[in-house]
Design a binder for this molecule. Structure first.
Ligand code: SAH
Length: 213
């Protein structure tokens, strides 16, 4: 679990790449500059950790591309203390970014293997989510709703209704929607029944699957 000057240097280069790709939010850039992404991947992948690429993790899943993590985090416009629900804990990297941004994080993962690995790993790095849940993100987390923001980190074939329902008025749902390719979509709750919908181009994610595994 080492984080050396070399890692920090590579991380700063990654931050510069994200700036050149259009990420502006200083808090998001700072979070990515702080988090030792190489520790979220198998150690043999060390050289890949600070490239702007997605990478395989356990259970046939991927750690999202840093640009995608930054892009989704920027859209959420998190303020310290915000209550945020993440669907797809995976490696926990996005969870760590949300923690660095000062959010109170609830995160759901449907793969038991990943849920167990990440639940043990995140606290070791000092990242304490409010709750990590083994469950099905399609139904959200009714008992903790409403949320200031909800982020889905897997490709959703459609927008799950419970996630819209569990947003505060003023809250944002950031979700990639589509089958093979996804359109990054943001819903802002304007009132009890009013949502504004905006689209932000194409991304590729592993699929949001139903039920637990
Ligand atoms: N945020 C993660 C991205 C992991 S990839 C990271 O930074 O590493 C997407 C994750 O979503 C996978 O771990 C996958 O198992 C999970 N997933 C897919 N469908 C899900 C569902 N219905 N509920 C919860 N998690 C789901």
């Amino acid at each position: 679990m080492k984080d050396t000057y070399r890692h920090q240097g590579l991380r700063q280069q990654l931050v510069n790449v994200l700036i050149s790709k259009g990420i502006k939010d200083q808090n998001v850039l700072k979070a990515i500059g702080n988090i030792p992404r190489h520790l979220f991947m198998d150690s043999s992948f060390l050289d890949h950790a600070y490239q702007d690429k997605a990478f395989p993790i356990a259970a046939d899943q991927t750690i999202s591309q840093p640009y995608t993590v930054a892009f989704q985090s920027e859209l959420l416009q998190i303020k310290r203390g915000d209550k945020i629900l993440e669907i797809g804990t995976g490696s926990g990297y996005q969870t760590a970014v949300l923690c660095e941004l000062g959010a109170r994080v609830y995160s759901i993962e449907r793969q038991n293997e990943l849920f167990k690995i990440t639940s043990r790993f995140l606290p070791k790095l000092g990242y304490r989510a409010k709750k990590l849940i083994f469950g099905d993100g399609y139904i959200g987390l009714e008992e903790e709703a409403p949320f200031d923001g909800i982020i889905v980190t897997a490709g959703a074939p459609f927008v799950p209704k419970p996630l819209l329902k569990q947003l505060k008025v003023g809250g944002r749902l950031v979700i990639p929607v589509g089958d093979d390719v996804q359109i990054m979509t943001m819903f802002t709750r304007k009132g009890p029944k009013e949502f504004e919908q905006e689209e932000f181009g194409e991304f590729r994610f592993v699929p949001l699957l139903e039920d637990k595994n």
